[in-house]
Design a protein around this ligand. Structure first.
Ligand SMILES: O=C(O)C(=O)C[C@]1(C(=O)O)C=C[C@@H](O)C=C1
Length: 310
């Protein structure tokens, strides 16, 4: 990862602005690393404080973003699924692709802090969840303090969020990359995540559907789509998954569920990720297939929105 130039000179000599890509900052987060592995020098990177800020800041001037979606150890990224309930997703912003990367966490402290000194551990809630066995084994009495991102947690060691956290009694769970970005920090333990293979999958999002994604290497694993099903807020009939699955009639790789933004109790929003069996059809055929499936859902009385096709 490096600081990337925001403009490149084209062969004709004129300066072309690179498109902007928003990520969960500050620099040094896993989102930043996943973005850089995927887009390299083809975009200009813009850090935001929260995952919500990434989605809400997408615009025609800042058309691309990356958001964490799921982790192989700790499951769905709740903050992301809560945001996918918002009307802007599927109307203005869309999921346009995915990328995955292995996540190796470290326990980072201010220089000379020892493990016996640690009373507070800062990190993003996903990272805290991915290191449960380490925390239970080595720091069972430490208070776990959720932060907006792993790199925000590292930064908080130098600039604590409140007087109740003594930085010399605190640690952050984050990537080792932060020690080269924030001088004064050092790695106390590394590889503290639960399980051998800890992978996080990210969604690539864009403002509008027509803008081409500036991949460094175009992916080969396309033919997926994400569909949001909204509950019928007036219905007294219980949700019936088999009705949706039957109407959809394409393979489903995952189903997520979050409370709806309506007040109706237990009328949840469902997110279905679907894929083309074999994945051999053309993009146009896959778009048609998804749109026809959504039409069948609507005819079955299920309000549905395509949040992305890739
Ligand atoms: O906090 C970060 O560094 C992030 O990029 C977020 C995030 C996540 O929410 O899943 C990304 C990858 C890891 O799973 C841990 C945290």
């Amino acid at each position: 990862m490096s600081n990337t130039p925001s403009a490149l000179a084209s062969s004709s000599g004129e300066v072309q602005e690179l498109p902007a890509l928003i990520f969960l900052g500050p620099p040094g987060t896993y989102s930043h690393q996943a973005a850089f592995d995927t887009f390299g020098d083809s975009v200009h990177y813009v850090a935001k404080q929260t995952i919500a800020d990434v989605i809400k800041s997408l615009s025609s001037e800042v058309p691309f973003g990356i958001i964490p979606q799921e982790n192989s150890t700790n499951g769905s990224v709740i903050e992301t699924y809560n945001l996918l309930r918002c009307e802007v997703v599927g109307r203005d912003s869309f999921v346009r692709g995915e990328t995955s990367m292995p996540i190796k966490h470290s326990l980072v402290v201010r220089q000379n802090v020892k493990i016996k000194d640690i009373e507070h551990v800062f990190s993003h809630e996903q990272a805290l969840g991915q290191c449960k066995a380490f925390l239970n084994g080595f720091l069972p009495r430490a208070s776990l303090v959720p932060m907006d991102s792993t790199a925000s947690a590292a930064r908080a060691l130098l600039n604590p969020p409140s007087d109740s956290f003594d930085p010399l009694k605190s640690a952050a769970i984050c990537s080792t990359v932060v020690t080269s970005l924030f001088p004064g920090l050092e790695v106390l333990r590394t590889g503290i995540q639960d399980g051998e293979s800890n992978m996080t999958r990210f969604y690539i999002v864009s403002y509008g559907v027509d803008v081409g994604i500036p991949w460094q290497t175009p992916p080969t694993y396309q033919k997926r789509a994400l569909i949001r099903l909204l509950p019928d807020k007036d219905s007294t009939v219980a949700w019936d998954s088999s009705r949706a699955i039957k109407a959809l009639n394409i393979p489903i790789s995952r189903i997520d569920r979050r409370p709806s933004l309506y007040s109706a109790t237990f009328h949840d929003v469902y997110f279905l990720e679907v894929y083309a069996d074999g994945g051999k059809e053309s993009d146009v055929a896959w778009f048609d297939c998804v749109n026809q499936a959504v039409e069948r859902l609507r005819q079955a009385g299920l309000e549905s929105t395509v949040l992305g096709i890739w």
